[in-house]
Design a protein. Structure first.
Length: 336
């Protein structure tokens, strides 16, 4: 037999008070005497009372659900962003409706439609797809749903952003390679449709420029190219490459094997720097020098901004650009 769910009316009848008195005692506590409030809370706990979220949402005109759109779950970065978000939203009583786009435009569009149809109170999103079309993100805004975009900028969308300074992070990485004696540095570039790839590429170019090193377009290659391995091996052997700055740690990990096949040694012959400070960075040999982005902080700050926009609606656009940190390990030589 199904156990009857305890409601506010049951508690009110037992203590001979009105349901509204019980409701106030369990929520704000205003206009309820301290002794009576304690009696109500004590009985509610004893009987295992749980608030009816549906009824509460009708009264407050909130669903207490937030949409979260992520490109993927495989990278540690996105998991840490999620942890940062939950550190704020859980305490505030919100639940996350999580959708994963896999970097595909149609999945991003369907996810945003799900958020709108579900009438979520707000949306947090990391966007980026090969279609380079973001009308579905604008539809979320047009539906009156507060939105905060994380990690990646989109010039076509006027919204609150929380990102890291990828330009500075890339510049510092290249600067470190030069300081350790590298002068023939190539860049393993990220996908063109991801804005962070553009910023890291520009930071790489500026890093070379500051040290008077010519920029060569043919020294910028993408791991997504079919003949990537052959191109990288050719550059290492024919151009006497002594430094590599990679868009991500995973791109750097892929370069380790190719460098090994050429007979070159890391870091004696080639210094290499990744991006994101994935946990695997400390397990590869040699341990990877990388750029830390503080993904937990990205999530935490983003969630705080979103709740602020929900509780105090306004058209104000807030932006945070977090500093990066170069984590120096064994894949680069000591500064000369």
């Amino acid at each position: 037999m199904k156990k009857k769910r305890i409601n506010i009316r049951d508690i009110a009848e037992e203590l001979d008070v009105t349901p509204s008195t019980v409701s106030r005692a369990l929520n704000s506590g205003k206009k309820v005497g301290e002794q009576k409030r304690k009696e109500i809370i004590e009985l509610a706990n004893k009987w295992g009372y749980r608030p009816n979220r549906f009824a509460k949402s009708l009264i407050e005109n909130k669903t207490y659900n937030l949409g979260l759109l992520l490109p993927e779950f495989t990278h540690h970065f996105f998991n840490k962003v999620l942890s940062g978000i939950e550190s704020v939203t859980y305490e505030a009583g919100y639940h996350l409706v999580i959708c994963v786009s896999d970097q595909l435009q149609d999945k991003e569009i369907k996810s945003c439609q799900t958020f709108i149809d579900s009438q979520v109170d707000g949306v947090l999103a990391i966007i980026g797809n090969e279609g380079d079309e973001f009308g579905h993100i604008q539809e979320v805004i047009d539906a009156g749903i507060p939105l905060v975009l994380m990690d990646r900028l989109c010039e076509d969308i006027q919204a609150t952003y929380v990102v890291t300074d990828d330009y500075e992070g890339a510049f510092n990485a290249v600067n470190h390679l030069v300081q350790t004696g590298c002068s023939r540095i190539i860049h393993l570039k990220g996908p063109d449709y991801i804005f962070t790839a553009f910023n890291r590429h520009m930071g790489y170019k500026e890093g070379l420029k500051r040290h008077g090193i010519p920029y060569r377009r043919d020294w910028v290659i993408s791991p997504t190219e079919k003949d990537f391995a052959q191109k990288l091996e050719h550059l290492i052997l024919k151009e006497d490459i002594d430094g590599i700055f990679a868009f991500s740690d995973y791109d750097a990990f892929g370069a380790y094997d190719i460098i090994g096949k050429t007979g070159k040694k890391i870091p004696d012959d080639i210094g290499i720097i990744g991006y994101a400070n994935e946990p695997l960075s400390t397990y590869v040999s040699p341990k990877l020098t990388t750029v830390e982005q503080s993904p937990f902080e990205i999530g935490r700050i983003s969630a705080g901004y979103l709740l602020q926009k929900i509780n105090q609606p306004s058209d104000e656009i807030m932006t945070s650009c977090l500093k990066t940190k170069l984590v120096i390990r064994d894949s680069t030589r000591s500064i000369k």
